[in-house]
Ligand binder design. Structure first.
Ligand code: GRF
Length: 193
C-alpha cells in the first residue's frame, strides 16, 4: 500500500509512521511526504530518512484554484493508494477529495465531531471537557468532517496546559494512525489479492 503524507509542521506523528515502517511493523510504502510551505521540520525529517519529499507552497500561487490543481497533480503523480493528512493545516479542494475519495485520511486532536478546526485542543480545554482525544477519519471537503475510522479518548487533567494535553493526545494519535494504516494495509492487500 503506497501512501503520500501531507504535513504543515513538525511531523512528529509522521516520524512515528516512518519508524514503524522502518521497523517492519507497518506494511506500507511512504511514496512521498509533501508540505504546503517551505522549511517544515516534517519535510526535513523525511528527507533525513531518505524519503522523497515535495513542497507545493501555497504562497507561490496567485489563486487558490492554481494551488489546488498543483497539489492534486503532485500528489497524484506518486499514484498513492491513500493520502494521509498528518498535521496538514489546509482544507483541500473538492476535486482533491473526488480524486482520492475514501482514500484521504486525516488525523485530528479531538473527538470529532466536537472541536473541529485548527485549535481542537485549546477549544476542548476552553469548553471544560474532562475527556477529549483524537480521531482518524476519512476527510471530505469540510473542516475535519467525514466518516470516522477510529478514536481514542484522552483524559484532561486539572493541571493540564494546552501543550501538555496536546502532547498526550499526540502519543495516542500516532498509535491510532499507525493502527488505522495497518488495518487499511490489510484491507488493501485483500482488495489486491
Ligand atoms: C496533530 O495533533 C494533528 O492532529 C494536528 O497537529 C498535530 C500535528 O503534529 N492537526 P505533528 O506535526 O505530527 O508533530
Amino acid at each position: 500500500m503506497r501512501i503520500v503524507v501531507l504535513v504543515s509542521g513538525t511531523g512528529s506523528n509522521l516520524q512515528a509512521v516512518i519508524d514503524a515502517v522502518a521497523k517492519g511493523s507497518l506494511p506500507v510504502e511512504i511514496a512521498a511526504v509533501g508540505a504546503d510551505r517551505p522549511g517544515t521540520y516534517g519535510v526535513q525529517r523525511s528527507a533525513d530518512a531518505g524519503l522523497e519529499t515535495f513542497e507545493v507552497n501555497f504562497k507561490d500561487f496567485s489563486t487558490r484554484t492554481d494551488w489546488d490543481a498543483a497539489l492534486l497533480r503532485k500528489v497524484a503523480s506518486y499514484a498513492p493508494d491513500y493520502v494521509v493528512s498528518s498535521g496538514f493545516m489546509r482544507i483541500v479542494a473538492p476535486g482533491f477529495i473526488d480524486a482520492f475519495e475514501g482514500r484521504y485520511v486525516n488525523t485530528h486532536p479531538a473527538l470529532l465531531p466536537s472541536f473541529p478546526g485548527a485549535h481542537g485542543v485549546r477549544d476542548a480545554m476552553a469548553y471544560g471537557v474532562k475527556v477529549t482525544g483524537c480521531t482518524v477519519h476519512f476527510a471530505d471537503a469540510g473542516v475535519d468532517t467525514g466518516p470516522i475510522i477510529a478514536q481514542t479518548p484522552v483524559e484532561v487533567f486539572p493541571e493540564d496546559t494546552e501543550d501538555s494535553l496536546h502532547g498526550r493526545i499526540k502519543v495516542a494519535e500516532r498509535e491510532l494512525l499507525i493502527k488505522v494504516l495497518a488495518d487499511l494495509a490489510g484491507r488493501w492487500d485483500s482488495v489486491q489479492a
